[in-house]
Design a protein around this ligand. Sequence first.
Ligand code: C2O
Length: 550
Amino acid sequence: MLPNASKALHSLVLALALSHTLLPLFFLLVAADPVTVPDLSQCQLAVDRPPAGPNAMNTYLFNCCIPIVPAHKVVRFSLDAYKSPKTRVRHPAHRVSEEYIAKYNKAYALMKALPDTDPRSFKVQADLHCAFCNGAYRQGGAAGDTPLQVHFSWLFLPWHRMYLYFHERILASLIGDPSFALVYWNWDDQRDGGNVLPPMFARNGTALFDENRSTSALSGSTLIRLSPASNTTNTTLVAFENLNSMYQAMVTARTPELFLGGPYVLGSDLTNSTVISAPLGGSIENTIHNGIHYWTGNRSSILGEDMGTFTSAARDPVFYAHHSNVDRLWDVWRFHLPDGERHDFNETDFLNAEFVFFDEYANMVKIKVRDVLDISKLGYKYKRVSSDKLWIRFSPVPASNGSALPAAIASGVPLVGPAPLNGTIDLGKKLVARVQRPSALGVKRPEHSEEVLTIEGMDVVRNSFVQLVVFVNLPGATNTTLTSSAEYVGTFNVVPSASQHRRLMTNLKFEIGDNLKRVGIKKDDEVVITIVVKGTEKVTIQGLRIGYEV
Ligand code: C2O
């Protein structure tokens, strides 16, 4: 494809996003170029800024530049060349044997003992993450100086899959055990002990320990909050909230965009996008993945290190176990849910996006998204766990009693439509709005489509923890409302991480059809939407839209 600046800038058009007609919404991808390996000789210092507080105006610079290797050490990935002799089986971290833990610890100890200049070292492994999250490299080509960012879009799941794949191979080779596999932090398990920091990572003095963690994580016994919304301390209610978070993020998020996130191509800029082209993170990334980062990092350290900010997250060995579970859930979503297989994107801008990693021979490997869409071909798999069924079959119960719409109309709750009709809306602590459904305009629902709420042009300063919790039909929701009900549609958690730009602008999408069905709302032409904001930063949006998406 030809490099073409204007093509790159207008790389993708969300058809009808700005339309006043509210016709069914479909993605229309205009030809663009996929992101490709940046010019690695042009590395800049990565930038991070602390959450609000006495240091809020300070800028912290990190050298996360990755080693440059001679040309003969740069190879292209192929499934054949990287075929593993045995299938590696990733087990839940809280279930592995002492023997396994000893092996795991040894592998990380060896990796940490390598000199920082070795591409296989723990330092370089952590730097790879920092480099592609905090602006060390530019996209190059037609996109020029635009930073390359692997979060908040469809790049998130495949990039982290590749990252873990090579990380695991390096560990395996260091201990000379080709069957060695990473564990996964089974935080979604609300029954069998997965929802605390896995004990193997909590042993002080081992290579798996990291003292830069929150007191909850260090205690090893506090229950994880997958979306820390209501602050209830009742452990049964926490478990129900966690199950509903999983249900909303995994089961009802059926479309590739809802689950993987939106398109990110050459020229996509997360800090300066217009509403019409802003990508977005997928359901697991935005809600639970970000929530675990925040939960694990030390909130009293300047940047929330280690897990609480992307610059340092991968310095904590539990990072890789966290992402192993994220990766597992992608595989479950794609191949193993009871209602059948789902689909990833098949756009070439997705399939041909290309990145670099280091393998166990310290070679630099170029690898494309298309290479990693089926883990059985990559030679590893996840041990299945029956606790998945708890969230797969979770059946959230309504908290409301009938439609909230008549009372909302009577009390003057405003009707909010798509951008740009509304200008900029400051959410304050909470926004309650009525939003028209496509049925109101006689739009017929396409087959196999989902009814999706889009929060358009959410704009937030990224150096502080911010959370948006979204409900349907629950105008009275507050920042202590339980998120275990059928009205809860999802949460957006911002991991504080301000690279050279302090802002993040993105669209957020949530499936709401399943919620409305459970609440018993069929015929209403409008839905009452409540967005509760937690955190201290101002959050604005450009509009609200409900459409059908496939
Ligand atoms: Cu690259 Cu969990 O973040």
